[in-house]
Write a protein that binds this ligand. Structure first.
Ligand code: HEM
Length: 154
């Protein structure tokens, strides 16, 4: 695949912006996930017993940060190596956590949409289709690697 220097830069720059307010954007990210797929709520330990998305929940923030950060790292790898390289142990861990939590393939599309909406919210006028395309491409590659691992463990 071709992942350009420009795309890598766009992903890195936008992550730098969102990183400045993790509590805000992690909340926005999860609110979007629940708006798109309300049933997804019960998969997350920190959402199961509450009616609203909890503010300043460490696990919630950790998941949001992981999705954004690992997608950003994937963008860098795609540019440098033309493929996704996640350490085997990390991938195995990701595969088993998601499998155990009941995550299914379509959930990855939900999270991607939530990611795109969060970028839109955070970037304001800096958001455009090129930014969306770069993030989408990197996310798809990462999601594919995780889904493949989930199938192996199945
Ligand atoms: C847990 C990353 C997509 C649901 C985790 C963990 C990581 C992670 C690293 C371990 C716990 C942590 O460190 O916070 C990712 C990445 C994703 C992704 C990089 C996509 C590129 C998804 C999707 C769903 C999901 C699509 C379902 C909508 C969960 C759940 C847990 C989890 C339910 C257990 C968390 C808990 O209940 O405390 N994920 N995830 N993840 N993930 Fe994901």
């Amino acid at each position: 695949i071709v992942f350009t220097e420009k795309q890598e830069a766009l992903v890195k720059e936008s992550w730098e912006i969102l990183k400045q307010d993790i509590p805000k954007y992690s909340l926005h990210f999860f609110s979007q996930i629940l708006e798109i797929a309300p049933a997804a709520k019960d998969m997350f330990s920190f959402l199961r017993d509450t009616d609203e998305v909890p503010h300043n929940n460490p696990k919630l923030k950790a998941h949001a940060v992981k999705v954004f950060k690992m997608t950003c790292e994937t963008a860098i790898q795609l540019r440098e190596k033309g493929k996704v390289v996640v350490a085997d142990t990390t991938l195995q861990y990701l595969g088993s956590v998601h499998l155990k939590s009941g995550v299914l393939d379509p959930h990855f599309e939900v999270v991607k949409e939530a990611l795109v909406r969060t970028l839109k919210e955070g970037l304001g006028e800096k958001y455009n289709e090129e930014v969306e395309g770069a993030w989408s491409q990197a996310y798809d590659h990462l999601a594919l690697a995780i889904k493949a691992e989930m199938k192996q463990e199945d």
